[in-house]
Design a binder for this molecule. Sequence first.
Ligand code: ZN
Length: 273
Amino acid sequence: MGVPAEHVSINQITTRRWTLGQAIDGCARHGAGGIAVWRDRLAELGLAEARRRLTASGLAVSGLNRAGPLLHAEAAAREAALEDARRAVAEAEAIGAACLMVLPGGLPEGSRDLPAARRMLEEMLGRLLEAARAAGVSLALEPLHPQYAAERSMLNTLAQANTLIERLGPGIGLVVDAYHCWWDPALGQEIARAGDGRLLGFHVCDWLVPTRDPLLDRGMPGDGVIDLAGMRSMVEAAGYTGLVEVELFSTRWWEEDPDLVVRLCLERCATRL
Ligand code: ZN
């Protein structure tokens, strides 16, 4: 039991107060194995410098956040989103990210037609995949909790994501985020289904009781009700050998010293997973 620090990646959102440069130094200083990078912070540092510092740090890049949202009511907005997503593919390639996270988006403005939005998503992903395959970048679909269906992502269950991934073919895979999926009755079955080399990431935080804010009140691993050790066993049984990524959207933890937060994340991964 327990995930050693060198198998843990710290998502940059967890250390939101740090710049990318500070986050790279901090993750390396605490002995983490990797980091997940956000594009807005990448832009602050510049791609070439970020790449240089990441390489020098020895950290693996477990993911780049993100391409998308891809779903928009207007065709012009969808084309602009695809253009931006293709730039994200190039950035993921440049920093050697294990995958590029893709945020589908919620219901397009003014729409109540979920099936149409799902069809639109498949078409958009198919187009983005051409660029991703050419660059050798893996696109990652991470189903989000259904509470986000209207505004952030209408991709909400592992089964839905797996079906889409199977239809789209090579170059796209699944990220399992404990916060979004822990409640799913098909959890074990769907993780196993993605095991055929399509499992690209495993994100952890915890579900607090009560949860005061659906986006920004996620718990430090071990502080909530998710069987994180059980989920870790499932992803490993499915053949996942990548890093465990701690992704903590939390106004409570963002107030703390990021050094303390990283230390605690690594300690919890070592003792609670
Ligand atoms: Zn996640």
